[in-house]
Design a protein around this ligand. Structure first.
Ligand SMILES: [Zn+2]
Length: 596
């Protein structure tokens, strides 16, 4: 290069202006606020990294990070903002390098970590992401600082093909991959060197009780990296599963499991011990299943992790469920109700007494609906008490009781005790026996608002279920305010959404009236890890206990008759709600079929 270019705010601003991503106003704002913003970012990054003991990670704040933090609208589409990805892509185009958004779940751990040592990757922000025919694709963050690339080419004789990626993407990989990999590798080494026998497995068998300490710094780090990684990927569960000769780490994201790491068998027990220690379980007890929880802070947000262990043929399996308050407590308008449904639901939960039931299978979002509802009506003037099995997430505003069947604390008797505690609103985790149903009805009759769940497929059959539990029709009528049946539908990824026409047999399947329907699907892209989906939304069926419904309930438990009347009064069934969401382009035909 003859004139030495450098990635400065001015240079990047020039590119953005040239590509018409920003106008005069945007340019001005960047140049005025840039320096202050940089100083602010530097400060927050320092505090973040110092807690992670990673002082050496690229200390400079990049121009793309500075500009992205201003959240400027795009000149071409004011609804979108100038993100680090958009900026990086523009820079890549300008300097003639391919742009690459890195998907951590698609990377091969060995390729990422075996070619370049961690300190090198950290210092120069370069990460190998692919290897094909002896050529390594290297993601770099700064197209002008190629000292590292020259170094790799000359000293390590590597054949490199460069792509430009955002600094955040590269940092994420360096942190999580090298972090986890390095920690697990170091732990394995430490473990094996402490043994005189070469064969790890034999060692484990001979001295089963002796294990690498769960407080070993490498193990501590590995677990911390794993938790952060899962949280960053918006995973709902982490599975650590022992197999015959290794152990697998998988994450559940939007309801689907993704394989992410392999852990050497020798390290597995200490990782499990560390997780058990964090969740205050009995580390020595390995033959019985255990439950525990971890309260922690990620990125200034309090997160709750519920941990359960299960002894399997190859060792203890751990599942860590991540409760993100942003998922569990949503604004009611964010749950997926249509406007009329939201109004109806709001009218239910604003009653001063009665029973509101939410029904659906496990994982259908019932807890999110109930927690969000209670949060929306919580205030210093009301006493909210919950009885749960187990407590999903500890919330300060609620008074929560966990049932403990082994010492005789169950839904029914907790409910009785709680009524002496002057509650206004009571949530009962689930009504599954006659006693609980009776106590819930009594609570509602004596002026309390009761929320609970039932295990039924739709709203009308919940009435039948209550009657089966021995609650007579007249008591159902005088207590139940409304019943909500719900499911979760995966939302189509907005980055790769495509249109198509429903095939005749699909129209037939859904029993639709017209001949042709336009629907949408996700083609699969980097944003959605090739799944075509991103995030989930609820589909609801809301049964309002109107006079007509009550008239039927008072004389029969026939759910078909209830359904017919409710539909005549305007209730949409779960399937109808799902189809509506499909026709609106929110979800796919396949999702509609899978939930109904
Ligand atoms: Zn996509």
């Amino acid at each position: 290069m003859t004139d030495k270019k450098a990635l400065t705010i001015e240079y990047v601003t020039g590119i953005l202006k040239k590509k018409k991503l920003i106008g005069e106003a945007g340019e001005k704002e960047i140049l005025i606020k840039g320096d202050v913003q940089r100083a602010r970012l530097k400060k927050t990054q320092e505090s973040f990294y110092s807690t992670k003991r990673l002082h050496s990670i690229a200390e400079t704040v990049s121009p793309a990070e500075v500009i992205a933090s201003l959240n400027l609208p795009l000149l071409t589409d004011a609804k979108k903002t100038l993100t680090e990805d958009v900026i990086t892509e523009a820079i890549a185009e300008e300097v003639g390098l391919p742009y690459r958004k890195i998907d951590p779940l698609k990377l091969n751990l060995d390729i990422v970590t075996s070619h370049i040592p961690r300190p090198f990757a950290q210092r120069y922000l370069v990460v190998p992401i692919e290897e094909k025919g002896g050529i390594i694709t290297l993601a770099v963050a700064d197209p002008f600082n190629l000292e590292a690339v020259e170094n790799l080419k000359s000293t390590r004789k590597m054949k490199l093909s460069l792509v430009l990626s955002s600094k955040s993407d590269i940092l994420k990989i360096v942190r999580e991959f090298y972090g986890f990999r390095y920690s697990v590798g170091a732990a394995e080494k430490e473990f094996s060197s402490s043994s005189e026998l070469g064969n790890l497995e034999q060692y484990v068998r001979l001295k089963g009780a002796v294990e690498l300490d769960a407080t070993d710094q490498h193990i501590v780090n590995a677990v911390e990296y794993l938790l952060h990684y899962a949280y960053d990927q918006k995973a709902s569960d982490i599975h650590i599963e022992p197999k015959r000769d290794r152990s697998l780490v998988r994450l559940r994201i939007d309801g689907v499991l993704h394989y992410i790491h392999t852990v050497p068998k020798a390290v597995h027990p200490s990782i499990i011990s560390r997780v058990k220690m964090l969740s205050r379980m009995d580390i020595a007890e390995k033959r019985k299943p255990q439950d525990g929880r971890i309260k922690t802070v990620f990125r200034d947000k309090e997160i709750e992790l519920r941990v359960s262990t299960l002894p399997t043929a190859f060792g203890e399996k751990v599942v860590i469920r991540i409760f993100d308050p942003e998922v569990l407590f949503q604004d009611l308008s964010g749950l997926g109700f249509f406007p009329g449904e939201l109004e109806l639901f709001n009218s239910f939960i604003k009653k001063t007494y009665g029973i509101v039931l939410v029904t659906g299978p496990t994982g259908s979002g019932k807890t999110t609906t109930l927690y969000s509802a209670m949060k929306s009506i919580s205030s210093p003037e009301v006493n909210i008490v919950t009885i749960e099995d187990p407590i999903e997430m500890v919330v300060e505003e609620f008074n929560q009781v966990g049932v403990q069947p082994q010492i005789g604390v169950d839904f029914a008797n907790s409910l009785r005790t709680i009524l002496r505690q002057d509650p206004d609103i009571i949530m009962v985790g689930e009504i599954r026996d006659k006693e609980t149903a009776d106590n819930a009805v009594q609570a509602a009759l004596t002026g309390h608002l009761v929320f609970s769940t039932l295990h039924t497929n739709d709203a009308p059959s919940s009435v039948t279920r209550l009657m089966d539990l021995g609650v007579p029709g007249f008591l159902i009528n005088s207590t139940v305010v409304g019943i909500i049946a719900q499911r979760l539908l995966r939302k189509i990824c907005s980055h790769c959404r495509k249109m198509r026409t429903l095939r005749p047999e699909e129209v037939e399947n859904l029993k639709l009236k017209e001949k042709e329907y336009k629907v949408y699907y996700g083609e699969g892209c980097i944003e959605c890890r090739g799944t075509g989906y991103k995030g989930r939304t609820g589909a609801f069926e809301i049964l309002d206990f109107s006079d007509k419904i009550k008239a039927i309930v008072s004389r029969t438990s026939d759910s078909t008759l209830i359904l017919k009347t409710a539909r005549a009064e305007g209730m949409a069934t779960l399937r109808e709600s799902a189809i509506k969401k499909m026709l609106m382009g929110i979800t796919t035909y396949e999702e509609v079929i899978s939930i109904t």
